[in-house]
Design a protein around this ligand. Structure first.
Ligand SMILES: Nc1nc2c(ncn2[C@@H]2O[C@H](COP(=O)(O)OP(=O)(O)OP(=O)(O)O)[C@@H](O)[C@H]2O)c(=O)[nH]1
Ligand SMILES: [Mg+2]
Length: 223
């Protein structure tokens, strides 16, 4: 009985955990950015830059911003690893797409990778934050110029923003996170994911107790 009420209490009152997927082609600076996020929001030392190796698996970072919990998933961007990205789409509340703004020769690759992401139906309605990274370098392209270059056609109704950042010195990091929290809190996609998680949660609570399941359904229906 205790576990039933604990389960219900958790379902009704636990704060949403937002899942943010960090994507982008290899060497864009995703893992360095994740390290910077952790150092800014958890007050911890980042890994030294030269200790960050190309990502093969998944790096996870959890932070709390005011009343929200954010879980960042950072995946590898090498061509052979990009097919793994879509395994995470269904559960993602938002996408952060990181671009090395100092490497124009790689913009075309970044653009086609991003367009492929945006075409995927599992990401429908997911807010998109495009980061023009490495702004600490003098040759870096500005966020506005990058937006012009990418000239994305598949944005449709999607909520999106371009932001100039540096994963080295932290430029634009707080603005990016604040924007993400704001849009995820009021996005329709969050509502959909919440409803889906709620159904799964209730199903888990009542699993194996058919009588209680129907009783609870009856309470929900009749108020
Ligand atoms: N100057 C500068 N260099 C950066 C910045 N962010 C990342 N780098 C460098 O860019 C290179 C790639 O960084 P990573 O964080 O490993 O890139 P990644 O996108 O995670 O790469 P994959 O894991 O292979 O997909 C490293 O040499 C970093 O030190 C930045 O803001 N400024
Ligand atoms: Mg990485």
């Amino acid at each position: 009985m205790f576990s039933l009420f604990y389960g219900l209490w958790k379902y009704l009152f636990t704060k949403t955990e937002f899942h943010v997927l960090i994507l982008g082609i290899d060497k864009a600076g995703k893992t360095t950015l994740l390290e910077k996020l952790k150092s800014v929001y958890l007050n911890m030392e980042s890994l030294p830059h030269d200790r960050i190796v190309p990502t093969v698996g998944l790096n996870i970072g959890r932070i709390k911003v005011s009343n929200s919990k954010l879980v960042f998933w950072d995946l590898g961007g090498q061509p052979g690893l990009r097919s793994i990205w879509e395994k995470y789409y269904e559960e993602a509340h938002a996408i952060v797409f990181v671009i090395d703004a100092s490497s124009p020769l790689r913009f075309e690759d970044a653009k086609s990778a991003l367009e492929k992401v945006l075409r995927h139906e599992d990401l429908q309605g997911a807010p998109l934050l495009i980061l023009a990274n490495k702004q600490d370098l003098s040759e870096a392209t500005s966020a506005e110029e990058l937006a012009r270059y990418l000239d994305l056609k598949k944005l449709d109704e999607r909520v999106y923003m371009f932001e100039a950042v540096s994963a080295y010195d932290g430029l634009g990091i707080k603005e990016s996170v604040e924007w993400l929290v704001e849009v995820m809190e009021r996005s329709k996609r969050t509502e959909t994911l919440r409803a889906r998680a709620g159904e799964a949660g209730l199903h888990g609570i009542f699993k194996g107790n058919e009588a209680l399941h129907w009783k609870w359904k009856w309470i929900l229906v009749t108020g």
